[in-house]
Design a protein around this ligand. Sequence first.
Ligand code: FE2
Length: 323
Amino acid sequence: MAVLGIESSAHTFGAGVVERGGILSNSKIMYKIRSEGMVPMKVADFHVRNARKVIEDAISKAGIDSGDIEAVGYTKGPGLGPCLRIGQISAKTIARRLGVPLFPVNHCIGHIEITRQSFGMEDPLVLYVSGGNSQILALDEHPFRHFKVYGETLDIGIGNMLDNFARAAGLVPAWGSKVAEVAGGGGYLQMPYTVKGMDFAFTGILTHAIKMLETANLKDVAYSLQETAFGMVCEATERALMLSGKAELLACGGVAQSSRLKEMLGIIAESHGARFAAAPNEFNADNGAMIAVVAEKALRSGSRQEPPIINQKSRPDTVRITW
Ligand code: FE2
């Protein structure tokens, strides 16, 4: 018996199937972001057109029949409302037709749990860095078992900041990976650095870097921006690692695909005797399998079903971890 997971929080519509923790399939399609950025209604229309095809592909690749599905999970948030709604409606429709339980899943917990499971990590400090989110978390038992937020961005996600810079610099595609490519061989220029305890902020450095493009060369600005922003999250992560005393460090989310960030985190982990792992890129990118993983854990641990809501601002630290 298998569990189907559906992800639609932003540009990706994904569907994945898991069985006893094993990933049977992970199908997805991604909206091509144009110069206007992500217009939620346009992305939602794209999801509407592709939902059925992606879900059928995931079920077929998993080698199961729809009758083998014993629960359905979907991303309840955080994310773009119109996009979340398409995944929710798809999941509700399937769960009702099959007469199986429906589990709303927090997107961040999805990234964390599929990675934690992949590397067999028991109790890691997690750096979750993506377009919309940047948080440092770890399991905490009080007042209930949940992922406590040790530190987080005070304004925008680090991925959002890098994408915004890429767009302002006219890079195509306007993504953080393109900033990393351009940054190769750049020289260091002074940048604003905002770390407050274990929190950090990115709008100041973004504004400064865009302004610097008027006088400095793109390579140097891109290099300095990336080094400084990664340095900020690494400083906060190292502080949280020391404070929490965790013996494992895990990185996940879209920005955790950066080899430079992984290199920095690896050095920090090693210097504190902690084991470090970063999610494989398939799971750092948005995907349905991670939603299925959490839905299956909730199902097997006897979680009570939540109302089938969406919540654009759903926070991981409000989720009760029942496994
Ligand atoms: Fe994500």
